[in-house]
Design a binder for this molecule. Structure first.
Ligand code: FEO
Length: 391
């Protein structure tokens, strides 16, 4: 059902409760939505973002329900196809419509969707678009999470459309946030997977949001915020430099030696009052792992040596950590080997671009002996000491 948000402003998006993966990478335990919004001004009609092309029929049904027989402007806040992918079909159905976006996004839409150059109206930061009794203003907000992203502000109704920013993957029944705790969790998972690599800009854009007179924040995934203070506070926390007295201990073990080290190390850290979150890399939901990376002061990878290097699951995890760029201050490596290999070199190389301090690895031959356990005690004591000095 299309749903009125304010007078002549409607949700016309699509739900995708059964989608299991995003970008063929990110698990979606609660599906997702592609929120599209229709703004009917007294003179012009604008559609803010479209939907994933697989769900365009839902968009058509909503527009039909609202008797929409003309669209003047399609606002593209972001070029990624889950929001832009139906623009060609909307242009086909409403041939007089013009795509309104910034220069960078225009270029990307031409590359990704082959939209004709003359179908665009290019706007800049601070530009406004007259719809009659309503005006849209554009706020360029790059890198949340592509270089071309922007927000659209409907001044008269005090609604900010943020596309991916502040969003969450959640196929809702009710359009508005009701359970802040659940939304916090969904939004944190989303932040960790999508926004964390660009935390500095995600933080900077908070100032832009806070400088506006807003009643409603309407992202393009998940529920719409009326009482939005909690999500801004959450972003403030996640994008801050602060880390928690937590260790993410991500492991894979083939025959139990590395697992024995993991169990011992976990107990040693907990005995020193360090919170430990363990993830078995062959079973773990990468979303859960990403969420834990938002806060943890330290990440420790545990891997056996196989085929002369780290287990591929550990390589995947190291690459994920590198790509998500968490604010983690310390990185550790533990594990067991049979006869040799380059586990330390491969993992160290993978994470070398991170700013974190690399701790002395504890790599042992075979089952851990007393000396190996003493090495784990020492590593745990070192981490606890460093965490005691966290600001
Ligand atoms: Fe929801 Fe970056 O697309």
């Amino acid at each position: 059902m299309a749903e009125q948000i304010k007078n002549n402003v409607f949700y016309v998006g699509a739900k995708d409760p059964d989608r299991e993966l995003f970008d063929e990478l990110i698990p979606l335990p609660d599906g997702t939505t592609y929120n599209s919004y229709l703004v009917k001004g007294s003179e012009k009609v604008a559609l803010i973002d479209t939907v994933d092309p697989s769900k365009v029929d839902e968009l058509w049904a909503h527009l039909e329900q609202l008797n929409v027989n003309n669209i003047d402007y399609i606002i593209a806040n972001h070029a990624e196809q889950d929001h832009s992918g139906s623009i060609p079909q909307v242009l086909e159905k409403f041939p007089r419509a013009v795509v309104v976006t910034n220069e960078k996004c225009k270029g990307m839409l031409i590359d990704l969707l082959h939209i004709a150059d003359d179908k665009f109206l290019v706007v800049e930061d601070g530009s406004s678009l007259y719809l009659g009794d309503k005006n849209l203003e554009f706020i360029i907000a790059p890198w949340v999470h592509w270089p071309e992203t922007m927000f659209t502000y409907l001044k008269e109704d005090k609604i900010l459309f943020t596309c991916d920013y502040l969003g969450s993957h959640f196929s809702f029944e009710n359009l508005y946030v009701e359970d802040q705790e659940a939304t916090y969790r969904n939004a944190k998972r989303y932040y960790a997977e999508i926004m964390m690599p660009f935390a500095n800009l995600a933080k900077k854009h908070l100032d832009k949001v806070q400088g506006l007179d807003i009643e409603i924040i309407a992202p393009s995934h998940g529920q719409v915020y009326k009482d939005y203070g909690f999500i801004l506070d959450a972003y403030k926390d996640w994008t801050s430099d602060g880390v928690k007295n937590e260790v993410v201990l991500a492991y894979v073990s083939m025959h139990g030696s590395t697992k024995e080290m993991v169990d011992y190390f976990k107990s040693a850290l907990e005995a020193k009052k360090v919170k430990v979150k363990t993830f078995n890399l062959t079973h773990t939901d990468t979303g859960e792992l990403a969420m834990a990376l938002v806060d943890a002061a330290t990440v420790v990878l545990a891997t056996p040596t196989v085929l002369s290097g780290p287990h591929p699951a550990a390589v995947y995890a190291a690459y994920l950590v590198k790509a998500l760029r968490p604010k983690t201050r310390y990185l550790g490596l533990i594990g067991s080997y049979g006869w040799g290999g380059k586990t330390v070199e491969v993992i160290s190389d993978l994470v070398s671009t991170l700013k974190a301090e690399i701790l002395e690895p504890v790599i042992v031959k075979g089952l851990p002996d007393q000396q190996a356990l003493a090495g784990l005690d020492k590593l745990a004591a070192g981490i606890a000491e460093k965490h005691s000095q966290l600001d």
